[in-house]
Design a protein around this ligand. Structure first.
Ligand code: PGA
Length: 256
């Protein structure tokens, strides 16, 4: 059975999909449906330009609102980037780091990940550090090696006492936006690898505080099943987080 010593965490990644009006509509609907947030954590990751508006609506609710990326320097000549402090200033309390689209479309380097995670923590932003193998890596039996390499870089500057503020998202690249979900066994195996690595890196007590989410074609009809997999503490949802009709049933995966 699933280990529920960690609070379930359901996160929506809106990517570059919703305009301002749709973003505000959706956040109002989610806020209206969310209870006191005591039994689960819910957050949405929003384009930086709408963060101020979305956080203003979310205020007073337990809903988390985060950025989709950051640059690790505090200030300087970095055209097009946003600093951790800028995210805080517009109300974000968390941030995605190393999302597959950042790594693959925008060629973000492994070497940056540790500094990004550190910069987020130092600015009181809760990072979700995203990792996952490509189809070629899976076919070449390199899944475990890839995950460990990505963990090494992301956790380079992490201290055991940071653990309660950290979340890892396992998102196989081949399952993102494809409609293809990893099998329960593939998810369980990857999550076990990640947890084992965490225990070795920060010790069992600290590792037990880190939540590990699954992401990749999560839908209302597979959310409950995915959440029942041992070691899955939550879900990172892309496409299905864009509409209340699909995101709410995922948030309420165990209530139906
Ligand atoms: P998806 O995206 O749910 O549309 O597959 C997941 C993600 O990219 O985080």
């Amino acid at each position: 059975m699933t280990n529920r010593i960690r609070k379930p965490y359901i996160a929506g990644n809106w990517k570059m999909n919703l305009d301002r009006a749709h973003s505000l509509d959706l956040i109002k609907t989610i806020k209206g449906r969310l209870g006191d947030g005591g039994d689960r954590e819910v957050a949405v990751f929003v384009p930086a330009i709408y963060l101020a508006d979305v956080t203003a609506v979310a205020q007073g609710s337990p809903l988390g609102v985060g950025g989709q990326n950051l640059w690790f320097e505090g200030v300087g000549a970095f055209t097009g980037e946003v600093s951790p402090r800028m995210l805080r200033e517009v109300g974000a309390d968390r941030v995605l780091i190393g999302h597959s689209e950042r790594r693959h479309i925008f060629r973000e380097l492994d070497e940056w990940m540790g500094r990004k995670v550190r910069a987020a923590l130092d600015c009181d932003l809760l990072p979700i550090y995203c990792i996952g193998e490509t189809l070629d890596e899976r076919k070449g039996n390199k899944t475990e090696r890839t995950l460990k390499k990505q963990l090494e870089s992301g956790f380079e500057k992490v201290r055991p006492e940071d653990s309660h503020r950290l979340t890892v998202a396992y998102e196989p690249v081949w399952a993102i936006g494809t409609g293809e979900t990893a099998t329960a066994e593939q998810v369980a195996q990857a999550h076990r690898t990640i947890r084992k690595w965490l225990v070795q890196r920060v010790g069992e007590e600290a590792a037990n505080q880190v939540r590990i989410l699954y992401g990749g074609s999560v839908k209302p009809d597979n959310a409950k099943e995915l959440m029942a997999i041992d070691c899955v503490d939550g879900l990172l949802v892309g496409g299905a987080s864009l509409q209340a009709e699909t995101f709410l049933p995922i948030i309420e995966y165990n209530l139906r």
